[in-house]
Design a protein around this ligand. Structure first.
Ligand code: SF4
Length: 425
């Protein structure tokens, strides 16, 4: 199946069910887990509580002999009661850290619920510390607090904090925005080079030396749909967004590359020469996994903002029917091209009132429910088959070579369920 034209009018103009209530998602600190691996000269200093430290430690599964590129400066009771000057203590911690780790070139002060509650002004701290340590170290700040951010918004806040300090350029360049595992990023860069794009830069870059700059001739493509603030920050610097479906699956990857090729006026022949073989491989791999998905129904709880592009992939390339597609936020300018390609029919919901949404899922009894860890066990106990949404963020799933694995992530729980039923039957 190809990306092609909108199906049945698509879902872009479908009414959106907006809900605001209790939500079940991780906070934005989680993004540090993949960002610290990606940005090899960066360090993330969370200004938070022991809870924040535990979240990071257990989510990252860091080995004790590894020297990770993140830590938590723990706010003690005296700080929370306003008895100590938290700014002085933060300066002391940063001085100790930078002395011990001369490899650090970018330091992110990451706000948390406790630092927000005591209104610790981390932007002032970042400015002060930049004055002290520039030009060797650049100090930035963003919030990963559970009050302000969900799960993947941490990456958005981090990247958005970098945009205002990027150098200016007049060059016509492509900036690809969104953290990808290195091996996937290399595959993408090779595809872009083969279709004829001359200069490509990535945000985040592996190091500050990568020469990323931004200006009125910069065009950018997103690889992750949760980068609304970063997109707005780049547009404020004069850069222009190339709207496209996200590069999930064969059709999504082709449509994403096609939008870039059209932007740069690249030849169809080079495009076909670069993409025909990996497209065919991806289509075969997806078709294999899709055997277990075709004709089944899927229900997405809001979690990572990947829901709409993934629902497009499952409905267009794997033959599934979406019953509800929930996303924490819906930016039409970002996920509009994916909504266009989804057949009208599913409920599109934004935000969450978890009890109401659980009632809808129970009534519909989808074949597969994609949800957070906290909901998966209770739903499994009720006989529903679930997929942990967080795995979709931690597993390489972008571009042609991962298309089969992406479909496999959804087919595996259904296959397992089928096997268990046949054994117990
Ligand atoms: Fe918990 Fe807030 Fe810390 Fe996240 S930032 S771990 S939600 S206290």
């Amino acid at each position: 199946m190809s990306a092609g034209a909108p199906v049945g009018g698509g879902c872009r103009s479908a009414p959106v069910l907006k809900e605001r209530g209790q939500r079940e998602v991780f906070c934005g600190l989680t993004g540090i887990i993949w960002l610290h691996r990606k940005m090899q000269d960066a360090f993330f200093l969370v200004v938070g509580s022991r809870t924040c430290a535990h979240l990071l430690q257990s989510a990252a599964g860091v080995m004790i002999f590894a020297e990770p590129r993140f830590a938590t400066a723990i706010l003690e009771e005296g700080d929370l009661a306003g008895l100590n000057d938290a700014h002085d203590e933060l300066d002391r911690e940063v001085a100790r850290l930078l002395e011990r780790r001369p490899d650090i070139r970018q330091l992110f002060l990451v706000g948390s619920c406790p630092s927000e509650v005591i209104k610790l002004d981390l932007s002032r701290a970042a400015e002060r510390l930049t004055e002290t340590y520039a030009p060797k170290v650049r100090v930035l700040n963003y919030s990963g607090s559970g009050i302000e951010t969900t799960f993947t918004q941490g990456e958005d806040a981090c990247l958005a904090s970098m945009v205002p300090v990027l150098p200016a350029t007049e060059a016509r360049e492509l900036l690809v925005v969104g953290a990808l595992p290195d091996v996937v990023e290399d595959q993408m860069l090779s595809l872009l080079r083969d279709i004829g794009v001359e200069t490509v830069r990535c945000l985040p870059a592996r190091s500050m030396e990568a020469g990323i700059a931004v200006g009125p001739n910069t065009v950018f493509a997103l690889t992750q749909p949760f980068l609304g603030d970063t997109c707005a920050a780049l547009e404020r610097r004069g850069a222009r967004h190339i709207a496209a479906p996200f590069p999930f699956g064969e059709a999504g990857t082709t449509a994403w590359l096609r939008a870039i090729a059209d932007e740069f006026g690249l030849s169809d022949a080079a495009f076909a020469a670069a993409t025909d073989a990996p497209r065919a491989r991806a289509a075969r791999a997806v078709a294999q996994a899709a055997e277990h998905l075709a004709g089944r129904t899927v229900f997405f709880f809001p979690d990572s903002q990947l829901e709409i592009p993934l629902a497009r992939f499952l409905t267009r390339e794997c033959g599934m029917t979406a019953l509800e597609v929930g996303s924490p936020f819906i930016h039409n300018a970002i996920v509009g091209p994916d909504l266009d390609l989804m057949e009208a029919g599913p409920v599109i919901s934004e935000g969450q009132d978890v009890d109401l949404q659980l009632e809808r899922a129970r009534a519909l009894r989808p074949d597969l429910t994609v949800c957070g860890l906290g909901l998966a066990n209770p739903l499994e106990a009720e006989g529903l088959t679930t997929k942990w949404a967080i795995e979709l963020v931690f597993t390489p799933v972008h571009f042609y070579e991962q298309a089969g694995d992406l479909a496999g992530l959804f087919s595996r729980p259904l296959r397992r369920k089928g096997l268990i039923s046949s054994l117990s039957g």
